[in-house]
Ligand binder design. Structure first.
Ligand SMILES: NC(=O)c1ccc[n+]([C@@H]2O[C@H](COP(=O)([O-])OP(=O)(O)OC[C@H]3O[C@@H](n4cnc5c(N)ncnc54)[C@H](OP(=O)(O)O)[C@@H]3O)[C@@H](O)[C@H]2O)c1
Length: 154
């Protein structure tokens, strides 16, 4: 990947599902710090330590399954903040991510929801609202744990 970058065949290079131990191994020999680490991150699964480590190293955090695959949209705190702003729960969750400088890649097969999701960039949450949503972390992952996935074992 570094060669592709050096040869200007790609503009930037990054990683996905890298846990701290994976980053440590990579950074010990890498010449280029990855631009981004794409990880599972949503209100009920926030991976705070990993996200902080990435930011300390200058690696942007990109949230996959940013809506918790839709499951986080029904949380009471999300619904209450949405009602207060006349916004949708998805917009509130996306605005919460953006408030922390996290890149989001929500998936939708519906054009109206895609427009709705883009509009979340204009929604500003108060510090208290951000805190309420941050309080939803349960540590419950939806996807595969990179620590035990065969393709990411050291
Ligand atoms: N790097 C990795 O290992 C990895 C792993 C998993 C996923 N990803 C990537 O992350 C992207 C997103 O993750 P994801 O699909 O797992 O989860 P997600 O984006 O959190 O949730 C997708 C679900 O939310 C629904 N949705 C989207 N916008 C909505 C809205 N405004 N209101 C209500 N429901 C809404 C979608 O339904 P509709 O389509 O019906 O709107 C779909 O069921 C994927 O495209 C994938 O490429 C990467």
């Amino acid at each position: 990947m570094e060669k592709l970058l050096a040869n200007e065949l790609v503009r930037s290079i990054g990683v996905s599902n890298f846990l701290p131990e994976h980053l440590e191994t990579l950074l010990a020999s890498a010449e280029v710090t990855p631009a981004v680490n794409q990880i599972e991150l949503h209100p009920t699964f926030q991976q705070r330590e990993l996200a902080s480590l990435c930011r300390e190293k200058g690696i942007a955090v990109e949230a996959y399954s940013p809506l918790g695959q839709g499951a986080d949209l029904t949380a009471d705190a999300v619904q209450a903040v949405a009602a207060a702003h006349g916004a949708t729960p998805a917009q509130v969750v996306l605005a919460w991510h953006l408030s922390q400088g996290t890149i989001v890649i929500p998936k939708t097969a519906n054009a109206d929801r895609m427009a709705e999701n883009f509009a979340a960039a204009a929604l500003d949450l108060t510090a208290s609202e951000v805190e309420q949503i941050s309080g939803l972390d349960s540590g419950q992952r939806i996807g595969t744990d990179p620590a035990i996935a065969a393709h990411t074992q050291l």
